[in-house]
Design a binder for this molecule. Structure first.
Ligand code: GAP
Length: 444
């Protein structure tokens, strides 16, 4: 029974919950924050790691045709010359001269008027490169400029050859990487949706040109399946959106869009990149990057099909799907039901999977021993303060699927009460069965 009133309301509630409970908050808050940069707190990092691991398992560990990479953030500057980022990775921006609001021109409803103050006194549109620059070495001049990577895929292309030789993989196969990317976005907005520092999870699948559309369709479906089966998203919150215009080298490109609280927006892209990246790196490095097909004895540059998603965006979408407010019955007679905030996160990704609660302070030691055992298998927390109802609410709010209460009977019947988050149903489970009970519910 959701009682969130409007979609904007929902966004505000998510931002507030994230800060209050230590999921996500502004970087450098004591200095007034830093626009486009976000920190993940104690629950946030557990949640982020869990989702990241889910993606890695789905895309790499459980497939024999995808391998992993962890490359540096700063690569040889020619990488970004070859990829086209140094010359072309830019947005057009303009400023309102009166109220100083900055705009990305392609996002303005009316590019002649400031939507903040109504002024028509705007600067002429100018190009702005989104690469973040730094210097490598002791001299700070143009010869020592380096770039923080703007996407994680470029090092995959430059390392392709070494990885293929080391793994002795034949085409088709993919290389995946998770890591930080940096873009000097003109207008970071919508919480973590558009940030200046964010984590990307990308997989580049190398294949022959003849097979590339078959693989494009395959990955398009696989990626949608990830959201509905692994993250439990409702299908009406997801849609494909084919790109209106294609790069000259691409045969196809599609976004998986999510219905965020602020409207439909891109969550992930599946891109046919042709041989563009490989041919550019071959040209700029002067290394032969062709692949020798041992069956046909033909040499060719691999065609690439890419799946690319921002982890931060995936987490935001997951929080938006999971957030709910419903009514929890209060035990006090004549009192209205409590409103409870609850995150319906799947048990695999909840920051705390099992909270252990002693019913009374006298039972703290026993509960502590139980939690110390369970923490070897699940993300756990010992929750000792406040009455049990308050503790349930606190755990509901961070999405803990199971609360295990150790009570005065536990010593004699060797059992605990397990309370399930969504149904709020309670079940007596013997301590000897607790592990298999939780395993079945969490990892099924
Ligand atoms: N390698 C292809 C590539 O980077 P992209 O469409 O620019 O393509 C891919 O980005 C994904 O990365 C997006 O779908 C989004 O999930 C995420 N992303 C891009 N820019 C972002 C930003 N400024 N903040 C957060 N996530 C971003």
């Amino acid at each position: 029974m959701a009682i969130v009133n409007s979609e904007n309301d929902l966004m505000e509630k998510i931002v507030s919950l994230c800060k209050r409970r230590g999921f996500i908050f502004q970087s450098s808050e004591i200095y007034g924050g830093y626009n486009g940069f976000w920190d993940y707190g104690p629950y946030g990092i557990e949640f982020k790691n869990a989702v990241q691991q889910l993606w890695w398992k789905y895309m790499v560990t459980t497939r024999d045709n995808v391998v992993g990479l962890d490359s540096t953030i700063i690569c040889h500057p020619r990488t970004w010359k070859a990829s086209g980022h140094v010359d072309r990775f830019s947005d057009i921006m303009c400023d309102c001269k009166d109220c100083k609001t900055r705009y990305r021109v392609d996002q303005m409803e009316d590019p002649t008027t400031c939507s903040n103050c109504g002024s028509k006194n705007l600067t002429p549109p100018r190009e702005f490169n989104l690469m973040l620059k730094t210097y490598v070495g002791p001299v700070f001049d143009e010869d020592h400029v380096a770039y923080l990577r703007a996407e994680t895929c470029q090092p995959i292309f430059t390392d392709f050859h070494l990885i293929r030789i080391a793994t002795r993989k034949q085409l088709p196969f993919g290389i995946a990487q998770i890591g930080k990317s940096f873009r000097n976005e003109i207008t970071p907005r919508n919480f973590t949706f558009r940030s200046r520092e964010f984590t990307q999870m990308e997989m580049e699948f190398f294949c022959s040109d003849e097979d590339s559309m078959k693989w494009y369709e395959f990955w398009k479906e696989e990626r949608m399946k990830f959201y509905t089966t692994k993250l439990g998203f409702k299908s009406e919150f997801l849609q494909y959106h084919d790109h209106d215009t294609l790069a000259h080298y691409a045969k196809a490109a599609v976004d998986i869009e999510f219905k965020y609280p602020f409207g439909w927006g891109e969550l992930e892209g599946i891109h046919h990149r042709g041989t563009w990246d490989m041919s550019r790196h071959q040209e700029f490095s002067q290394e032969n990057l062709e692949y020798l097909d041992q069956l046909t004895n033909k040499k060719y540059l691999p065609t690439v099909v890419e799946t690319s998603v921002g982890l931060d965006r995936m987490l935001l979408a997951t929080l938006a799907q999971a957030y709910d407010e419903d009514k929890a019955p209060t035990k006090k007679e004549g009192m209205d039901d409590d409103v409870r905030i609850v995150l319906h996160l799947t048990p695999m990704i909840a920051p705390v999977q099992v909270a252990v609660m002693p019913l009374s302070k006298k039972l703290n030691e026993k509960a502590d021993a139980l939690q110390k055992d369970l923490c070897n298998f699940y993300r756990t927390e010992l929750d000792v303060t406040g009455n049990i109802g308050k503790r349930y609410r606190r755990q509901d709010e961070i999405g803990t699927p199971f609360c295990v209460t150790y009570d005065f009977d536990s010593d004699t019947d060797n059992a605990v009460t397990v309370r399930e988050r969504d149904t709020m149903a309670q079940e007596r489970v013997s301590l000897s069965n607790l592990r298999s009970y939780l395993d079945e519910k969490i990892y099924k």
